[in-house]
Design a protein around this ligand. Structure first.
Ligand code: PLP
Length: 496
């Protein structure tokens, strides 16, 4: 069987997985989705003793079935290696009665590394398979973590360029430092005077700009996306849900077939969508808990069926979730319409025209796997303190949002299902919020001094990724207005 991908907005736009990875976004503005869910034999007798890399091979070979076994082994083995500071890659830790799935042991100490360490290999392999000789230009908007993780993956990869836009005032000091110190001759980092949604909207516009595309082709270049819209990021994220389940089986926490919940701190809806696909391939999942911060557009969507981005935007203590347009939700909407491209396109047109849309009751019935909630910044800080006091385990603010939303859900339901909190960042990435939450007072110290403080408070050693940052030279200083983004791209790529 061959898994074909199609655009959410045009059922006639069909491609193989390597073509979908190369293109990133479909030219019609849609996102590529699998037209059928692959049939995977989840043999847990094997999986529970399998390495992360072995689980990855099972999942990736099913979803990306136009890649050969050798090609996938090459990608997986180069991605999930010593750059992770834990040989389990994604360890599962018991914290009180629940489990935390730690996805922050890669280069940039946040979960984006899980997919972005493999994407460059999937992308360059796809280019080779498709006979593409153009230089691949990765264009990315980041709310803080994607940009750095993408650059870490693509730096000095031959025949690629990467341009990253981030909101000047929307990322943490550590995140900013990580980005502006990025090495690699093919990396370009640009701060914008605007928020993440502004950046993402402009990036999407550039992707869909026919004139720009032709100008690029004339210069032997083509765009691809490292954003979570690329299925080359989505598919590798399915792996750790299966891996987590296998770990629970292995340590006797569950028996085979027993369902578990996952609580996922959600922004662009990529991570939790991967969990949804994990359920579709047969992983025993009960509820998918979609946890948001005060930018709670998804909470309202799941609770009312109406998506409405016309609301105040908040810069919060969990900046990677400060998003009002969750791009990957389009894929879920598409599946909720029973894979109807016309209906999906109409809804997305409404989103562009009026900033909102409403789904039908039938569609809503297809979303019963999801529970949604949000945590305020106060609740998030309180959660960090509570979890630390009770269990001597320190969570980052994103993880704490997921934990807080789960706690409220658990309290208000009789659901006793074993639950995994998807832990998306190391607390060291957000030392100010975490130290202030733990001590209950604001601090005058800079982020680097706070890192040392956190080391004392948590008893967990600071990762090398943070230690080296302090002394790294600043290499990127460009700041532009939102309407100058395309100009900056054309200048950097020497298109004008
Ligand atoms: C990106 C990110 C999220 C949100 O993930 P999505 O896939 O965009 O929903 C949550 N936490 C952290 C730390 C992140 O970097």
């Amino acid at each position: 069987m061959s898994i074909i991908y199609q655009s959410t907005r045009d059922k006639n736009n069909k491609v193989t997985s390597s073509q979908a990875i190369l293109q990133g976004l479909a030219v019609d503005g849609g996102l590529y989705v699998p037209t059928v869910i692959p049939n995977i034999d989840l043999d847990f007798d094997f999986l529970k003793n399998a390495s992360y890399q072995e689980v990855a091979k099972v999942i990736l070979s099913a979803f990306l079935d136009d890649f050969t076994e050798e090609e996938l082994s090459y990608c997986i083995d180069n991605a999930y290696d010593k750059k992770f500071d834990d040989s389990l890659i994604a360890p599962l830790v018991k914290v009180g009665e629940h489990y935390n799935l730690e996805l922050f042991h890669g280069n940039t100490i946040a979960f984006k590394d899980m997919a972005l360490s493999i994407l460059p290999y999937l992308l360059t392999t796809s280019a080779k398979k498709e006979g593409v000789e153009n230089e691949i230009v990765i264009l990315t908007a980041t709310s803080g973590d994607t940009g750095k993780a993408a650059m870490a993956g693509f730096a000095d990869v031959p025949n690629t360029q990467i341009i990253v836009f981030y909101p000047k005032d929307g990322v943490s000091e550590i995140q900013k430092q990580q980005m502006v110190t990025q090495t690699g001759d093919n990396t370009h980092v640009v701060a914008i005077d605007g928020n993440f949604d502004d950046a993402q909207t402009q990036v999407k516009k550039m992707f869909n700009d026919t004139d720009l595309r032709e100008k690029m082709l004339a210069n032997n270049k083509q765009f691809s996306s490292a954003n979570s819209m690329n299925i080359g990021r989505l598919v590798p994220q399915i792996v750790y849900y299966v891996y987590a389940y296998a770990q629970l089986l292995k340590n006797g926490a569950i028996t085979e077939g027993q369902k578990v919940n996952f609580s996922v701190p959600t922004g662009n809806f990529g991570n939790i969508l991967a969990a949804y696909y994990a359920k579709q391939i047969g992983l025993p999942i009960n509820k998918l808990i979609c946890a948001s911060n005060e930018n709670n557009v998804l909470t309202d969507f799941f609770n009312t069926g109406a998506y409405d981005k016309n609301r105040d935007f908040f810069v919060t203590s969990s900046p990677s979730m400060d998003i009002l347009v969750s791009s990957n939700l389009e894929r879920l909407v598409f599946h909720a319409t029973d894979n109807n491209d016309v209906e999906t396109r109409d809804l997305m047109d409404k989103l562009v025209q009026s900033g909102k849309y409403e789904i039908s009751d039938e569609m809503n019935n297809n979303l019963e796997d999801f529970i949604a909630g949000f945590a305020s910044q106060k609740q998030t800080s309180d959660e960090i303190a509570t979890i630390s006091n009770k269990f001597s385990y320190v969570e980052d603010p994103h993880t704490a949002v997921a934990n807080a939303v789960y706690d409220v859900y658990k309290e208000g339901s009789d659901d006793k299902t074993i639950t995994v909190i998807v832990s998306t960042a190391s607390p060291y990435k957000f030392p100010r919020v975490v130290v202030e939450a733990l001590t209950g007072k604001t601090s005058e110290l800079d982020d680097f001094a706070l890192v040392d403080e956190l080391e004392k408070l948590s008893g967990v050693k600071q990762p090398a990724a943070v230690k080296d940052l302090k002394t790294a030279p600043i290499l990127h200083k460009t700041v532009v207005d939102v309407d100058q983004m395309q100009d900056e791209v054309e200048k950097y790529l020497k298109l004008k």
